[in-house]
Design a binder for this molecule. Structure first.
Ligand SMILES: Cc1cc2nc3c(=O)[nH]c(=O)nc-3n(C[C@H](O)[C@H](O)[C@H](O)COP(=O)(O)OP(=O)(O)OC[C@H]3O[C@@H](n4cnc5c(N)ncnc54)[C@H](O)[C@@H]3O)c2cc1C
Length: 438
């Protein structure tokens, strides 16, 4: 049973089909055939395309949002003459650096519509993309350690229920039943008041989402061009005309900027100021353990969250660095704080060894909601500002952005997220539902 109201789910699977490039589908028989010949016959998941001199649409940024938009443009709207230009490798931005939490328990109606659509598309993404994205709807609990936090979370639960998204408050006993390792004895600094529970909260494999979209987009005829950095966007008489890249100029009448924190620098020469702050956010992975945690746990009070991957590793995150920057190294105190906060919740993990950690540059807006829509010259679209929580939105944002770019029916889902909201004062304030709670 789906967690989402039926009006959020679009029948995209029945949409128009477009002839594909001859890339083999993954199946049990192809697996058997390859096993018999030592796996020597697999084709690359997507061809390494050379940029052409012109495209109908150029998408800057081969992260989840750029790739998903490209896929839905081709699949649902029949636009295939598209290039996705990525300065490094696919997903090498934030998409393959995140902690892969998927949920839709946001507070504002605009956010619930967008993240709810995305959550519902995630449920069928593996079959849609013919690529196992390891979607695991294991449930997600956000812990409340004060009466005020309980009230704030109850408001979210009420708003979600009103919107048809299944979340509800659970008392401390139910939290303890979900989290046998949680330490909340009388010696603790904060008493546990309860939690906000979303039974279909999930995780998925982040880079598989990028690879799956890239593979299917390439099948539909889209050029995925890696190692191709865009240095500028050409404009004549108020219209986009070209992008200038490290591999030459490409003429085009439509550009989607989906370059996360780099988006601001790309559009600044066109006179567009994006209210985006680049900040480092880090994540950590422990050595693999036997199963100890089968739900995702978040706590704003201690500023930390943790889930256990299918391999058994604990995937841990915390707060962002306290200052802006493009460095992906991250501050050391953020490492200490995140680990300390998880030990505050689960002291039993104190002897678990951490295996690796990394950082990404997240693109934070003043209201913690993304920027999606037209901006500046004709033919220019934006999809950026996802901050600490854009992984979960990839299918829904790609689906609705493709619709926006072609005047399709799902455009209304992203229309409230336009850049003009910062001038009009129509902010979609999700600061309580984002930040450390990814
Ligand atoms: C540590 C961490 C944990 C996170 N945890 C979660 C989570 O649990 N759940 C969740 O929902 N979200 C999470 N996020 C946030 C999420 O990862 C991002 O919001 C999301 O991946 C944004 O996707 P994107 O496609 O907009 O950006 P990106 O994936 O960053 O893609 C943008 C791409 O543009 C490319 N690019 C930039 N400039 C240029 C240029 N000039 N020319 C060509 N290409 C260019 C970059 O190389 C990059 O690949 C987390 C982020 C981090 C860093």
């Amino acid at each position: 049973m789906s967690d989402h109201p039926p009006f959020l789910i679009h029948p995209h699977i029945r949409a128009r089909t477009v002839p594909t490039r001859p890339t083999r589908r993954y199946s049990f028989t192809s697996l058997l055939r390859e096993a018999r010949r030592q796996h020597t016959g697999w084709e690359p998941a997507w061809p390494k395309a050379e940029p052409k001199s012109s495209y109908d649409i150029v998408i800057i940024g081969g992260g989840g949002h750029g790739l998903a938009t490209a896929y839905y443009l081709a699949k649902l709207h029949g636009v295939k003459n598209i290039a996705v230009l990525e300065k490094g490798w696919l997903g090498g931005g934030n998409t393959a650096r995140n902690t892969a939490i998927i949920r839709s328990n946001y507070l504002r109606p605009q956010s619930m519509a967008l993240y709810g659509l995305s959550h519902s598309l995630f449920e069928h993404l593996s079959s849609e993309l013919d690529f196992n994205v390891l979607y695991s709807p294991r449930g997600l609990v956000e812990l409340a350690y004060s009466r005020q936090h309980m009230e704030a979370l109850s408001r979210t639960a009420d708003a979600n229920r009103h919107f048809g998204i299944k979340t509800w408050m659970i008392p401390p006993d139910e939290v303890r039943a979900l989290l046998p390792l949680l330490d909340d004895g009388p010696h603790k600094r904060y008493p546990l008041f309860g939690g906000l529970w979303q039974p279909h909260g999930a995780i998925a494999r982040h880079d598989a989402v990028a690879w799956g979209y890239a593979r299917m987009a390439a099948r539909l005829g889209i050029d995925i061009v890696e190692n191709c950095e865009v240095g500028g966007i050409g404009m004549i008489d108020g219209r986009v005309t070209a992008v200038h890249t490290s591999r030459g100029s490409i003429s085009t009448g439509t550009v989607l900027v989906a370059a996360a924190a780099d988006s601001a620098a790309l559009v600044a020469p066109l006179g567009i100021e994006l209210p985006i702050e680049p900040v480092t956010l880090q994540a950590f992975v422990s050595e693999p353990l036997k199963p100890v945690l089968d739900v995702v746990v978040l706590s704003g009070a201690v500023e930390g969250y943790v889930s256990q991957s299918d391999k058994g590793e604990l995937v841990i995150g915390g707060a962002t660095d306290r200052y802006p920057g493009y460095s992906r190294r991250g501050a050391f105190n953020a490492v200490e704080d995140a680990v300390a906060s998880i030990l505050e919740l689960f002291p039993a993990l104190s002897r678990v060894r951490m295996m690796r950690h990394w950082g990404g540059t997240v693109d934070i807006t003043p209201d913690r909601s993304p920027i999606i829509g037209k901006a500046g010259p004709d033919g220019l679209f934006l999809n950026c500002g996802w901050g600490t929580g854009g992984f979960k939105a990839i299918p829904g944002s790609g689906y609705a952005t493709a619709s926006l770019m072609t005047s399709g029916r799902a455009a209304h889902v992203v229309e409230p997220f336009g850049l003009e909201r910062f001038v009009q004062g129509l902010l979609i304030d999700e600061s309580a539902a984002s930040a450390v709670v990814h």
